[in-house]
Design a protein around this ligand. Structure first.
Ligand code: CP3
Length: 352
């Protein structure tokens, strides 16, 4: 037997900067990746995507999902890969099928309006999401230890919002209304999503995810008290259940919740560009921070990108930091600007 097959060697990574930063350890430079780096901006992604019937076919074809997961590592030089999938595979595995409408986004033909609708749903059987684990296994093998692999899921509140609204919304008033009109029903559904997500994330870790991120994209629509009660509580349950790998919690728009995040069992807290890194460092002394360049900075010239990246890095000081944008990279961003941002983080970060 060759020694290379021993698990300890298989687990070794050439570049583990992001994992060390997530653990709060000192790193020789700040690691960098971008939310939504897989898909969205690369012509190489469009080429794979256009050879198929649509987005869902790509998500459900592990070999191709692995290919587009690795593209940003090869092309952009990021310090981590994030598995190509979507947060909406969880509602689908619970019984609500989604469609991805070209240029419009996700649409659920059936939504949750009543107790009766919830009774027809189930806690997702992790076995129904085998295509995601297969994509993780292939990616892990093909990455061959170059960089860590990030798994992910939506936060229960964000998934709940899609299941009630049936798609994106300006106000999320249907989802928010249920928190007042039938909080017990809302809690029941949030618990089902939470249980589904815990089992799903545990399987992602078994399949090779080195770290996990929870995306609470619609955190910012809730009043603070509701955010604690109907979102953070469930995120906290997920973080308590998963002890195997470091977790990042990204709650877009919920700046008021940063102090409360100190008590959650996650290692890293993601900041959007409205959040002040100095304030976050003060209230979260024991967490690694991720973020938070305004994605629009990448529409600027290289000089602007360099100056903004420098300012952003300085605002995190010597606090453990994973550089990123404050939300996903916008679809019409020039990949060369993304590359330049990544180069600038590598060049300018002093290390912590
Ligand atoms: C809210 C949300 C969704 N999906 C996701 C979130 C949370 C992150 C965030 O707030 O941006 C998460 C997500 N979606 C996708 C990934 C892959 C990995 C990555 O690159 O980060 C991740 C991590 C692929 C995708 N998911 C989607 C695409 C584009 C679809 C296509 O190629 O046709 C990709 C690459 C589609 C999608 N999926 C969703 C929407 C609103 C859309 C429409 C348009 C868009 O946001 O790009 C739901």
């Amino acid at each position: 037997m060759s020694f290379i097959n021993l698990p300890i060697f298989a687990a070794m990574l050439e570049n583990d900067l992001i994992l060390r930063a997530a653990r709060g350890e000192k790193t020789e430079r700040t690691p960098v990746w971008l939310m939504r780096q897989a898909g969205r901006i690369l012509p190489e992604y469009r080429a794979v995507r256009n050879s198929l019937s649509g987005f869902k076919e790509l998500v459900e074809t592990p070999q191709l999902a692995a290919e587009v997961t690795i593209q940003p590592v090869d092309i952009l030089g990021v310090d981590a890969a994030i598995i190509f999938s979507d947060i909406l595979v969880i509602p689908e595995a619970m019984g609500l099928t989604y469609e991805m409408v070209e240029k419009k986004g996700p649409h659920f033909p059936k939504t949750v309006e009543s107790k009766h609708d919830i009774e027809r749903l189930k806690v997702a059987d992790p076995a129904d999401l085998g295509y995601v684990y297969e994509a993780l296994r292939i990616t892990k093998k093909e990455l061959d230890g170059r960089v860590p692999l990030i798994g992910f899921a939506g936060a229960p509140w964000t998934i709940f919002s899609y299941m009630i609204e049936g798609g994106g919304s300006k106000t999320f008033s249907k989802a928010r209304r249920m928190l007042y009109s039938d909080p017990a029903m809302a809690e029941h559904l949030l618990n089902m999503i939470t249980d589904s997500t815990i089992a799903y994330l545990k399987e992602q870790v078994k399949a090779g995810a080195d770290m996990l991120q929870i995306f609470d994209s619609w955190a910012g629509v809730l009043p603070p008290a509701h955010y604690s009660k109907f979102s953070l509580k469930y995120i906290s349950k997920i973080c308590d259940a998963i002890t195997e790998v470091p977790i990042t919690v990204f709650a877009k728009g919920a700046w008021w919740a940063l102090p409360e995040m100190a008590d959650i069992n996650c290692r890293t807290v993601g900041l959007d560009w409205n959040m002040d890194p100095k304030e976050a460092r003060r209230v979260l002394p024991n967490k690694t921070l991720q973020g938070n360049l305004d994605p629009c900075a990448l529409y600027g010239s290289n000089e602007v990108i360099k100056a903004e990246t420098k300012k952003m890095l300085a605002s995190f000081g010597d606090h453990p930091h994973i550089a990123n944008l404050g939300h996903g990279v916008y679809p019409d961003t020039d990949p060369n600007k993304v590359k330049y941002f990544i180069e600038m983080v590598k060049e300018l970060s002093p290390g912590t």
